[in-house]
Design a protein around this ligand. Structure first.
Ligand SMILES: Nc1nc2c(ncn2[C@@H]2O[C@H](COP(=O)(O)OP(=O)(O)OP(=O)(O)O)[C@@H](O)[C@H]2O)c(=O)[nH]1
Ligand SMILES: *[C@@H]1O[C@H](CO)[C@@H](O)[C@H](O)[C@H]1NC(C)=O
Length: 453
């Protein structure tokens, strides 16, 4: 929560036949089952080949000014992240879902390191998420900012955007647009216009700060847009060039799409979450990331090279700055003790045994806890973890990799035990349930006995 916040090898004839058959079946499947509205405006070849080709959605290679690269027959949508990595994954998932329902092409920014070492360079979306697979699953093309505007460009572009954050922040006296560090990286000078009050989510729960998907989507269509612009909404001139611009319609943009739901706040935690169902579940890891994660998991479990990776139960225990939510309890009484976590692991083992007939003994812990004593208690339970220092993962792959690999290892558990209130745990549960039909539990915490049940 945001606080509650085969390379080099010649293909065999058999491979070629299999590939041709696959392409044929794929094309046939698409003809039969895909709604034709996704084919956009390109008629000559099957749409599914076009959705992977970014060049059809921009003028050409990335330009100094992003606007020079936009097509006049295509509408776009964008937004930016500004929190921990998983929060930003949710934010980008919400952006892509809004793109679906507004029939616009999303432009996705890079991930910026907020929770990890700030010296870690921005990380491109398609290097962790399999973009062609996602595109094919949801039927629209995805653009990334580096394909539109040259990352080396020194040109500061003006852009008019909607601020949702200023409208829905109830707890602040003088609400403001949410400023993402991405805007500096992309050299965008934004003039913000406050969204109408009606974007706020009417929810059965009384949490603050959320907007609703369809109210935001309506701003991407002419009628709601022009009616809104009649309302004399607060506009902030851009901070560098001091220009006042109306919200752009060619590139519909919003400051922050983290707090957005269809029906209920914190909706990614709920089974019907449309952003999860129509987008999030299709955000699969790239094959190369999967491979690195599998190698790390195998070494953590000491799997001999001749054996397949055994099923395991993954755990995510979020500590660190979650201690701020302890409300007076010392952390050893606030965070769930390992005995309580072990009880949840047994439940997951039991469910996997009875429901799926699989006997899972391997347990892999992931956590932001740094106390070596806590980790030796984890070892005493017979559980293991990836030792990123010993693996030299950061030196070899970069600073982002431990969090990516932990997320992938969590998501590939036959079962999962996580920390209630952590988005990293929320997403791991969703993935284990949807991708592996796994057993999941979230541990409650905050006071002694919080997880009693
Ligand atoms: N490598 C690793 N990093 C973790 C782990 N748990 C937390 N972190 C770090 O802490 C960050 C937590 O932020 P998010 O990913 O947004 O998830 P969250 O648990 O909802 O936390 P908040 O955003 O702070 O509320 C992660 O992105 C990681 O950088 C873990 O198990 N392994
Ligand atoms: C749109 O762009 C194309 C090619 O870039 C150009 O030929 C056409 O005149 C433009 N249409 C409008 C309405 O500007």
């Amino acid at each position: 929560m945001f606080f509650k916040f085969t390379k080099g090898k010649k293909p065999s004839l058999r491979t070629i036949c299999a590939a041709l058959t696959a392409v044929f079946l794929f094309a046939l499947g698409n003809l039969l089952f895909k709604p034709s509205s996704y084919s956009l405006d390109i008629q000559s070849t099957p749409a599914q080949y076009n959705i992977f080709n970014s060049q059809l959605y921009v003028q050409g290679p990335p330009t100094q000014r992003f606007r020079d690269n936009l097509r006049n027959d295509t509408k776009y949508i964008t937004s930016w992240g500004s929190a921990g990595w998983t929060n930003d994954v949710i934010t980008y998932g919400n952006l892509i879902y809004l793109a679906l329902i507004t029939e616009r092409i999303p432009i996705i920014p890079k991930f910026l390191s907020n929770h990890i070492d700030p010296s870690a360079p921005p990380f491109v979306f398609e290097e962790i998420f399999d973009v062609p697979r996602l595109s094919q699953a949801i039927g629209i093309h995805l653009l990334q900012w580096h394909e539109v505007k040259d990352p080396e460009s020194q040109v500061v572009d003006d852009l008019g955007c909607w601020t949702v954050w200023e409208t829905v922040q109830r707890h602040i006296k003088v609400p403001e647009p949410r400023r993402s560090p991405s805007l500096n990286v992309l050299k965008l000078d934004i003039s913000w216009t406050r969204t109408p009050a009606w974007v706020e989510l009417t929810s059965p729960s009384i949490h603050h700060n959320h907007a609703s998907f369809w109210s935001l989507a309506s701003l991407g269509f002419p009628e709601a847009r022009s009616k809104s612009l009649e309302l004399s909404l607060t506009n902030h001139p851009s901070s560098q060039h001091q220009v006042s611009l109306p919200p752009d319609d060619h590139v519909l943009c919003f400051d922050l799409l983290y707090y957005v739901s269809a029906h209920h706040t914190w909706e990614w935690e709920l089974d019907y979450s449309p952003a999860w169902r129509f987008v999030g579940q299709h955000m699969r890891w790239t094959a190369s990331m999967e491979k690195i994660a599998d190698a790390h998991a195998r070494r953590a479990m000491n799997v001999p090279v001749t054996q397949p990776t055994p099923p395991y139960i993954s755990i995510h225990i979020r500590h660190g700055d979650f201690s701020k939510q302890c409300e007076g309890f010392p952390v050893d009484q606030c965070f769930a003790p390992l005995s309580v976590i072990a009880r949840r692991v047994s439940e997951v083992q039991e469910e996997l045994r009875t429901r799926k007939g699989i006997h899972v003994t391997h347990v892999i812990m992931t956590s932001d806890e740094r106390d070596p004593e806590w980790w030796s208690d984890v070892r005493a339970l017979g559980w293991t973890w990836v030792d990123y220092a010993a693996e030299r993962t950061e030196e070899i792959y970069g600073k982002w990799h431990p969090v990516f690999l932990d997320a992938i290892i969590q998501s590939n558990g036959a079962g999962f035990v996580g920390t209630r209130g952590s988005t990293m745990s929320t997403l791991a549960s969703r993935r284990v349930q949807t991708w592996h039909d796994g057993a999941t539990r979230l541990v409650s915490w905050g006071w002694p006995g919080a997880d009693d049940h």
